[in-house]
Design a protein around this ligand. Sequence first.
Ligand code: C5P
Length: 310
Amino acid sequence: MVGLVLLMRITRTNQTEGAELYLASTAVFIMEVMKLGICCCVITYQSDKSLLSELNEHVMQSPIEMMKLTVPSFLYTVQNNLLYFALTNLDAATYQVCYQLKILTTAVFSMILLQRKFSPKKWAALVLLTVGVSIVQISGSRDSSKSETEKHSQFIGLIAVLCAACTSGFSGVYFEKILKGATTSLWLRNVQMGIPSVIIAFITIYAKDGAAVSRQGFLGGYTPLVWTVVTVQAVGGLIVAVVVKYADNVLKVFATSFSIVVSCVLSAIFFDFHASFAFIAGASLVVMSTALYAQPERKRRRKPILPESA
Ligand code: C5P
Protein backbone atom coordinates (compact mmCIF):
# COMPACT_ATOMS: atom_id res chain seq x y z
CA MET A 1 0.00 0.00 0.00
CA VAL A 2 2.81 2.38 0.94
CA GLY A 3 4.56 1.44 -2.30
CA LEU A 4 1.42 2.07 -4.34
CA VAL A 5 0.92 5.55 -2.84
CA LEU A 6 4.54 6.49 -3.56
CA LEU A 7 4.26 5.14 -7.12
CA MET A 8 1.03 7.09 -7.63
CA ARG A 9 2.68 10.23 -6.31
CA ILE A 10 5.70 9.73 -8.60
CA THR A 11 3.45 9.31 -11.63
CA ARG A 12 1.56 12.50 -10.68
CA THR A 13 4.59 14.72 -9.98
CA ASN A 14 7.86 13.44 -11.48
CA GLN A 15 7.25 14.47 -15.02
CA THR A 16 10.08 14.75 -17.51
CA GLU A 17 10.29 18.22 -18.99
CA GLY A 18 7.55 18.81 -21.56
CA ALA A 19 5.93 15.37 -21.06
CA GLU A 20 2.16 15.26 -20.69
CA LEU A 21 0.60 14.29 -17.38
CA TYR A 22 -1.87 11.41 -17.76
CA LEU A 23 -5.44 12.15 -16.79
CA ALA A 24 -6.53 10.78 -13.41
CA SER A 25 -10.12 10.41 -14.67
CA THR A 26 -9.03 8.03 -17.47
CA ALA A 27 -6.89 6.08 -14.98
CA VAL A 28 -9.95 5.54 -12.75
CA PHE A 29 -12.01 4.47 -15.78
CA ILE A 30 -9.38 1.96 -16.96
CA MET A 31 -9.08 0.56 -13.44
CA GLU A 32 -12.86 0.03 -13.28
CA VAL A 33 -12.86 -1.69 -16.69
CA MET A 34 -10.02 -3.98 -15.56
CA LYS A 35 -11.92 -4.96 -12.39
CA LEU A 36 -15.08 -5.65 -14.39
CA GLY A 37 -13.10 -7.80 -16.83
CA ILE A 38 -11.48 -9.82 -14.02
CA CYS A 39 -14.88 -10.36 -12.31
CA CYS A 40 -16.45 -11.57 -15.57
CA CYS A 41 -13.55 -14.02 -16.06
CA VAL A 42 -14.01 -15.41 -12.53
CA ILE A 43 -17.81 -15.76 -13.02
CA THR A 44 -17.26 -17.60 -16.32
CA TYR A 45 -14.83 -19.95 -14.59
CA GLN A 46 -16.89 -20.53 -11.42
CA SER A 47 -20.49 -20.64 -12.56
CA ASP A 48 -22.41 -23.55 -14.10
CA LYS A 49 -24.43 -21.05 -16.14
CA SER A 50 -23.04 -18.95 -18.97
CA LEU A 51 -21.76 -15.45 -18.26
CA LEU A 52 -24.57 -13.97 -20.35
CA SER A 53 -27.32 -15.71 -18.42
CA GLU A 54 -25.71 -14.68 -15.09
CA LEU A 55 -25.54 -11.07 -16.31
CA ASN A 56 -29.10 -11.24 -17.56
CA GLU A 57 -30.37 -12.52 -14.21
CA HIS A 58 -28.29 -10.32 -11.92
CA VAL A 59 -27.97 -7.14 -13.98
CA MET A 60 -30.86 -6.81 -16.47
CA GLN A 61 -33.49 -8.49 -14.27
CA SER A 62 -32.35 -6.94 -10.98
CA PRO A 63 -32.88 -3.18 -11.25
CA ILE A 64 -33.38 -2.73 -7.50
CA GLU A 65 -30.13 -4.49 -6.63
CA MET A 66 -28.34 -2.45 -9.30
CA MET A 67 -29.72 0.74 -7.80
CA LYS A 68 -28.54 -0.26 -4.33
CA LEU A 69 -25.02 -0.83 -5.63
CA THR A 70 -24.95 2.43 -7.54
CA VAL A 71 -24.49 4.19 -4.16
CA PRO A 72 -21.05 2.68 -3.28
CA SER A 73 -20.14 2.61 -6.94
CA PHE A 74 -20.67 6.37 -7.23
CA LEU A 75 -18.84 7.01 -3.96
CA TYR A 76 -15.87 4.79 -4.85
CA THR A 77 -15.51 6.53 -8.22
CA VAL A 78 -15.55 9.92 -6.47
CA GLN A 79 -13.11 8.56 -3.87
CA ASN A 80 -10.67 7.23 -6.46
CA ASN A 81 -10.71 10.59 -8.28
CA LEU A 82 -10.30 12.46 -4.97
CA LEU A 83 -7.27 10.38 -4.06
CA TYR A 84 -5.49 11.18 -7.32
CA PHE A 85 -6.37 14.83 -6.79
CA ALA A 86 -5.09 14.76 -3.20
CA LEU A 87 -1.84 13.08 -4.22
CA THR A 88 -1.24 15.73 -6.85
CA ASN A 89 -1.63 18.47 -4.22
CA LEU A 90 -0.20 16.95 -1.04
CA ASP A 91 3.06 15.28 -0.18
CA ALA A 92 2.84 11.51 0.28
CA ALA A 93 3.33 11.60 4.07
CA THR A 94 0.52 14.08 4.78
CA TYR A 95 -1.73 12.19 2.41
CA GLN A 96 -1.10 8.84 4.07
CA VAL A 97 -1.53 10.12 7.60
CA CYS A 98 -4.81 11.87 6.81
CA TYR A 99 -6.13 8.89 4.89
CA GLN A 100 -5.62 6.73 7.99
CA LEU A 101 -8.65 8.47 9.44
CA LYS A 102 -10.59 5.89 7.44
CA ILE A 103 -9.85 3.49 10.30
CA LEU A 104 -12.07 5.57 12.55
CA THR A 105 -14.71 6.37 9.90
CA THR A 106 -14.97 2.63 9.16
CA ALA A 107 -15.59 1.90 12.84
CA VAL A 108 -18.19 4.67 13.12
CA PHE A 109 -20.10 3.50 10.02
CA SER A 110 -19.92 -0.14 11.20
CA MET A 111 -21.62 1.05 14.37
CA ILE A 112 -24.30 3.01 12.51
CA LEU A 113 -25.05 0.70 9.57
CA LEU A 114 -24.28 -2.72 11.01
CA GLN A 115 -25.16 -1.99 14.64
CA ARG A 116 -21.73 -3.30 15.59
CA LYS A 117 -20.79 -2.49 19.17
CA PHE A 118 -17.28 -1.57 20.20
CA SER A 119 -16.21 -1.70 23.83
CA PRO A 120 -14.04 1.15 25.18
CA LYS A 121 -11.07 -1.26 24.82
CA LYS A 122 -11.78 -1.73 21.10
CA TRP A 123 -12.09 2.05 20.60
CA ALA A 124 -8.77 2.51 22.37
CA ALA A 125 -7.25 -0.09 20.01
CA LEU A 126 -8.67 1.75 16.98
CA VAL A 127 -7.25 5.10 18.09
CA LEU A 128 -3.86 3.50 18.91
CA LEU A 129 -3.88 1.92 15.45
CA THR A 130 -4.57 5.27 13.76
CA VAL A 131 -1.72 6.93 15.66
CA GLY A 132 0.67 4.00 15.12
CA VAL A 133 0.08 3.71 11.38
CA SER A 134 0.41 7.46 10.97
CA ILE A 135 3.81 7.43 12.70
CA VAL A 136 4.99 4.45 10.61
CA GLN A 137 3.93 6.15 7.41
CA ILE A 138 5.55 9.48 8.22
CA SER A 139 8.79 7.72 9.14
CA GLY A 140 8.72 5.56 6.01
CA SER A 141 8.07 8.32 3.53
CA ARG A 142 11.06 9.26 1.42
CA ASP A 143 9.16 11.88 -0.54
CA SER A 144 10.97 15.18 -0.13
CA SER A 145 9.39 17.38 -2.78
CA LYS A 146 8.14 19.80 -0.15
CA SER A 147 9.10 23.01 -1.91
CA GLU A 148 7.26 21.94 -5.01
CA THR A 149 4.26 20.87 -2.97
CA GLU A 150 4.03 24.31 -1.43
CA LYS A 151 3.07 25.60 -4.84
CA HIS A 152 0.03 23.39 -4.84
CA SER A 153 -3.07 24.00 -2.94
CA GLN A 154 -2.41 22.02 0.25
CA PHE A 155 -5.72 22.97 1.76
CA ILE A 156 -7.86 21.62 -1.07
CA GLY A 157 -5.74 18.48 -1.13
CA LEU A 158 -6.39 18.02 2.57
CA ILE A 159 -10.16 18.45 2.17
CA ALA A 160 -10.05 15.91 -0.69
CA VAL A 161 -8.27 13.26 1.36
CA LEU A 162 -10.56 13.81 4.37
CA CYS A 163 -13.64 13.39 2.15
CA ALA A 164 -12.05 10.22 0.73
CA ALA A 165 -11.55 8.89 4.28
CA CYS A 166 -15.29 9.37 4.89
CA THR A 167 -16.42 7.77 1.62
CA SER A 168 -14.00 4.87 2.22
CA GLY A 169 -15.57 4.13 5.61
CA PHE A 170 -19.13 4.48 4.38
CA SER A 171 -18.79 2.59 1.07
CA GLY A 172 -16.81 -0.26 2.62
CA VAL A 173 -19.41 -0.86 5.33
CA TYR A 174 -22.37 -0.36 2.96
CA PHE A 175 -20.90 -2.92 0.54
CA GLU A 176 -20.34 -5.33 3.43
CA LYS A 177 -23.97 -4.94 4.51
CA ILE A 178 -25.23 -5.74 1.00
CA LEU A 179 -22.76 -8.59 0.48
CA LYS A 180 -23.60 -10.33 3.73
CA GLY A 181 -27.34 -9.69 3.47
CA ALA A 182 -27.91 -12.07 0.51
CA THR A 183 -26.43 -15.10 -1.21
CA THR A 184 -25.44 -13.38 -4.50
CA SER A 185 -21.76 -14.10 -5.12
CA LEU A 186 -19.05 -11.58 -4.42
CA TRP A 187 -18.08 -11.48 -8.09
CA LEU A 188 -21.63 -10.78 -9.23
CA ARG A 189 -21.92 -8.09 -6.56
CA ASN A 190 -18.74 -6.55 -7.92
CA VAL A 191 -20.17 -6.65 -11.45
CA GLN A 192 -23.35 -4.97 -10.16
CA MET A 193 -21.15 -2.29 -8.64
CA GLY A 194 -18.67 -2.20 -11.53
CA ILE A 195 -21.16 -1.44 -14.32
CA PRO A 196 -22.39 1.84 -12.81
CA SER A 197 -18.77 2.64 -11.86
CA VAL A 198 -17.63 2.31 -15.48
CA ILE A 199 -20.51 4.52 -16.66
CA ILE A 200 -19.91 7.15 -13.95
CA ALA A 201 -16.14 7.10 -14.56
CA PHE A 202 -16.75 7.58 -18.29
CA ILE A 203 -19.08 10.53 -17.71
CA THR A 204 -16.51 12.02 -15.29
CA ILE A 205 -13.83 11.92 -18.01
CA TYR A 206 -15.87 14.06 -20.37
CA ALA A 207 -17.37 16.32 -17.70
CA LYS A 208 -14.00 17.03 -16.08
CA ASP A 209 -11.36 16.48 -18.74
CA GLY A 210 -13.20 16.58 -22.09
CA ALA A 211 -10.95 19.31 -23.50
CA ALA A 212 -7.78 17.62 -22.25
CA VAL A 213 -8.80 14.29 -23.83
CA SER A 214 -9.25 15.91 -27.22
CA ARG A 215 -5.91 17.70 -26.81
CA GLN A 216 -3.68 14.88 -25.54
CA GLY A 217 -5.76 11.80 -26.37
CA PHE A 218 -7.33 9.26 -24.01
CA LEU A 219 -4.05 7.54 -23.20
CA GLY A 220 -1.79 10.59 -23.46
CA GLY A 221 0.98 10.47 -20.83
CA TYR A 222 0.54 6.75 -20.04
CA THR A 223 3.94 5.26 -19.22
CA PRO A 224 4.60 1.64 -18.14
CA LEU A 225 4.68 2.96 -14.55
CA VAL A 226 1.19 4.46 -14.90
CA TRP A 227 -0.08 1.12 -16.27
CA THR A 228 1.51 -0.60 -13.26
CA VAL A 229 -0.21 1.79 -10.83
CA VAL A 230 -3.60 1.26 -12.49
CA THR A 231 -3.23 -2.54 -12.52
CA VAL A 232 -2.09 -2.74 -8.90
CA GLN A 233 -5.04 -0.56 -7.89
CA ALA A 234 -7.51 -2.76 -9.76
CA VAL A 235 -6.20 -5.97 -8.20
CA GLY A 236 -5.96 -4.26 -4.80
CA GLY A 237 -9.62 -3.20 -5.06
CA LEU A 238 -10.72 -6.78 -5.68
CA ILE A 239 -8.60 -8.00 -2.76
CA VAL A 240 -10.44 -5.46 -0.59
CA ALA A 241 -13.75 -7.02 -1.69
CA VAL A 242 -12.55 -10.56 -0.87
CA VAL A 243 -11.32 -9.51 2.58
CA VAL A 244 -14.62 -7.79 3.34
CA LYS A 245 -16.52 -10.95 2.35
CA TYR A 246 -14.54 -13.35 4.51
CA ALA A 247 -13.79 -10.98 7.38
CA ASP A 248 -15.10 -7.46 7.87
CA ASN A 249 -14.10 -3.86 7.24
CA VAL A 250 -12.61 -3.24 10.65
CA LEU A 251 -10.44 -6.36 10.36
CA LYS A 252 -9.52 -5.15 6.88
CA VAL A 253 -8.04 -1.92 8.23
CA PHE A 254 -6.12 -3.88 10.85
CA ALA A 255 -4.82 -6.30 8.19
CA THR A 256 -3.74 -3.41 5.94
CA SER A 257 -1.95 -1.66 8.79
CA PHE A 258 -0.24 -4.83 9.90
CA SER A 259 0.88 -5.49 6.33
CA ILE A 260 2.47 -2.03 6.19
CA VAL A 261 4.58 -2.90 9.21
CA VAL A 262 5.44 -6.40 7.89
CA SER A 263 6.49 -5.00 4.52
CA CYS A 264 8.74 -2.45 6.24
CA VAL A 265 10.29 -5.18 8.45
CA LEU A 266 10.91 -7.34 5.35
CA SER A 267 12.53 -4.36 3.61
CA ALA A 268 14.78 -3.94 6.65
CA ILE A 269 15.85 -7.59 6.36
CA PHE A 270 16.20 -7.92 2.60
CA PHE A 271 16.78 -4.37 1.41
CA ASP A 272 18.59 -1.35 2.71
CA PHE A 273 15.84 -0.04 5.00
CA HIS A 274 17.01 1.41 8.30
CA ALA A 275 14.25 1.56 10.87
CA SER A 276 14.19 4.92 12.61
CA PHE A 277 13.08 5.41 16.20
CA ALA A 278 9.75 6.81 14.96
CA PHE A 279 9.23 3.72 12.82
CA ILE A 280 9.89 1.35 15.72
CA ALA A 281 7.58 3.38 18.00
CA GLY A 282 4.78 3.44 15.40
CA ALA A 283 5.17 -0.24 14.55
CA SER A 284 5.03 -1.17 18.24
CA LEU A 285 1.77 0.79 18.58
CA VAL A 286 0.30 -1.10 15.59
CA VAL A 287 1.25 -4.47 17.08
CA MET A 288 -0.07 -3.47 20.52
CA SER A 289 -3.34 -2.17 19.11
CA THR A 290 -3.83 -5.37 17.09
CA ALA A 291 -3.26 -7.47 20.20
CA LEU A 292 -5.63 -5.24 22.19
CA TYR A 293 -8.34 -5.47 19.52
CA ALA A 294 -8.00 -9.24 19.24
CA GLN A 295 -8.44 -9.84 22.98
CA PRO A 296 -11.77 -11.51 23.68
CA GLU A 297 -14.21 -9.37 25.59
CA ARG A 298 -14.54 -10.34 29.18
CA LYS A 299 -18.20 -10.89 29.97
CA ARG A 300 -19.20 -8.78 32.90
CA ARG A 301 -20.58 -10.95 35.62
CA ARG A 302 -23.75 -9.66 37.14
CA LYS A 303 -23.58 -9.39 40.85
CA PRO A 304 -25.86 -12.00 42.36
CA ILE A 305 -28.94 -10.40 43.81
CA LEU A 306 -28.85 -11.20 47.47
CA PRO A 307 -32.06 -11.60 49.31
CA GLU A 308 -32.70 -8.54 51.39
CA SER A 309 -32.03 -9.14 55.01
CA ALA A 310 -35.05 -8.66 57.03
O1 C5P B 1 -9.01 2.70 0.76
P1 C5P B 1 -10.16 1.78 0.63
O2 C5P B 1 -10.00 0.52 1.41
O3 C5P B 1 -11.48 2.44 0.84
O4 C5P B 1 -10.10 1.38 -0.91
C1 C5P B 1 -11.06 0.64 -1.46
C2 C5P B 1 -10.70 0.38 -2.90
O5 C5P B 1 -11.22 -0.88 -3.24
C3 C5P B 1 -11.34 1.38 -3.87
O6 C5P B 1 -10.41 1.69 -4.87
C4 C5P B 1 -12.50 0.64 -4.47
O7 C5P B 1 -12.72 1.03 -5.80
C5 C5P B 1 -12.05 -0.80 -4.35
N1 C5P B 1 -13.15 -1.75 -4.11
C6 C5P B 1 -13.53 -2.61 -5.12
N2 C5P B 1 -14.55 -3.50 -4.92
C7 C5P B 1 -15.18 -3.55 -3.73
C8 C5P B 1 -14.80 -2.69 -2.68
C9 C5P B 1 -13.77 -1.80 -2.92
O8 C5P B 1 -12.96 -2.56 -6.19
N3 C5P B 1 -16.15 -4.42 -3.57
